[in-house]
Design a protein around this ligand. Sequence first.
Ligand SMILES: Nc1ncnc2c1ncn2[C@@H]1O[C@H](COP(=O)(O)OP(=O)(O)OP(=O)(O)O)[C@@H](O)[C@H]1O
Ligand SMILES: [Mg+2]
Length: 245
Amino acid sequence: MTVNDPINVIRLEDICYAYPGTDTNVLNHLDLEINKGHRIGMMAPNGSGKTTLLHVIMGLCRPDSGTITIFGKVLKEEKDFVPVRSKIGLLFQDSDDQLFCPTVLDDVAFGPLNLGFSREDAIDIARMTLERLGIEAFERHITHRLSGGQKRLVAMAAVLAMGPDVLLLDEPTAGLDNKVQKKLIHILNRLDIPYFVISHEFDFVSSVTDRIYSMENGRILKDDEIHIHRHEHVHKHGRHPHIHK
Ligand SMILES: Nc1ncnc2c1ncn2[C@@H]1O[C@H](COP(=O)(O)OP(=O)(O)OP(=O)(O)O)[C@@H](O)[C@H]1O
Ligand SMILES: [Mg+2]
C-alpha cells in the first residue's frame, strides 16, 4: 500500500518515542495503520503505551524517529499537525483535559466554533449532539461539577460535534453505567468513520470493533499474534478476558 492510498487514514511507521529525560522507548519501532472501514480495539496492560500512542498520532508527543502519515501527508512539525488535529476526534483518557468551558453547552459548541461555524450554528450542532447522547438536560450545567461518567459523555459529545474523519477514543466507557454504555455502543456502531478505541472492557470492545490489537514492548500486536477471548475456567483470571501466551 502506498502512502497516498486513499484508504489509508493514519499510518505510523517505525515510530520510537521516549519521554524527555528518560531512556526507555515507550514506543519502540511501532507500526500501525488505521484505514477507512477500520474499527480497531486496543486492549493492553496499564503503562504499555496506549495513551502515548494516541498523543504521538496527534502531535502532542513528537517521536524520536519514524514516520507519521495522516490523510496522505507526512507530518513532522507542529504546523503540519495543526490542520489535521481538527479532523481527528481524540477523546482524552481524562475528561478534565478535554473540558474547560464553564457550561456543558459551551464545551460542546467550542469545537464547531473553532471550525468557523457561526455562534448560532455551533449551538445548534452542540444541542443536536447532546440529544444524540441523551444528555440535553445537562446543557446549562457547570461542567466541572458533573460526575465522572457525565463528564465522559460531555467529552464524547465535544468530540462528535467536531464531525471528525477518524476517532481515537481513550477508554470511552470509564465511569459509564450499563445503560449509557449501550447507548455508546449503538452510536459507535452507526458511525461510518474509522476508529481506534482503547478499553479494558472486553464486552464493550468486542461489541464495537472488528479487530482487537494489543501492545507489548512498545509495539502493536495484531489479532493474528494474540488471542484475546472470554471463557470460563478456574484460574486466577476467572471470568475476565485475558491473553494466553
Ligand atoms: N509525561 C510522562 N513522562 C514520563 N513518563 C511518562 C509520561 N506519561 C507516561 N509515561 C510513562 O510511559 C509509559 C506508558 O504510559 P501510557 O500512559 O501511555 O500507558 P497506557 O497504556 O495508556 O496506560 P493506562 O492503561 O494506565 O492508561 C508508562 O510507563 C508511563 O509511566
Ligand atoms: Mg492510558
